[in-house]
Design a protein. Structure first.
Length: 127
């Protein structure tokens, strides 16, 4: 029998507003990691100027649930594939103070672009 307690779902505007406490003034395509009805993480892409930016926001509970984390990464990779198909440059910024962010960026196929600002780029995104 499947355990539906932990799952990845599309991050609707309502889910995003519930997690952040407000609606975001951005165009966002994202997924949410759920523990029952509780949101334990959100990740996806938002548009900024003529580029796309990868973002993730995870609780420690999501970080410790490797199976759900991998499912979330796969779902975010689907979103990334749509962005890449549109030929939009894609970037990410490494989170300060969170161990393993660089490992996640490499795992998701991003390349370090600027060590000082901790900006990463999807291959082919640097123009």
């Amino acid at each position: 029998m499947r355990n539906d307690r932990f799952r990845i779902v599309p991050a609707t505007p309502e889910i995003i507003a519930s997690y952040y406490g407000k609606h975001l003034p951005l165009t966002v395509r994202a997924v949410a990691a759920m523990d029952g009805e509780e949101i334990i993480g959100i990740g996806g892409v938002y548009l900024q100027d003529s580029s796309a930016v990868l973002f993730t926001d995870m609780t420690d509970r999501l970080r410790s649930n490797k199976r759900l984390l991998v499912s979330g990464i796969r779902a975010i990779n689907e979103i990334i594939s749509h962005v890449i198909a549109l030929n939009i440059p894609l970037y990410a910024k490494e989170a300060d103070g969170i161990d393993g962010t660089d490992v996640l960026m490499r795992h998701m196929k991003f390349d370090p672009m600027d060590e000082k600002t901790k900006v990463w780029a999807w291959p082919g995104s640097v123009h």
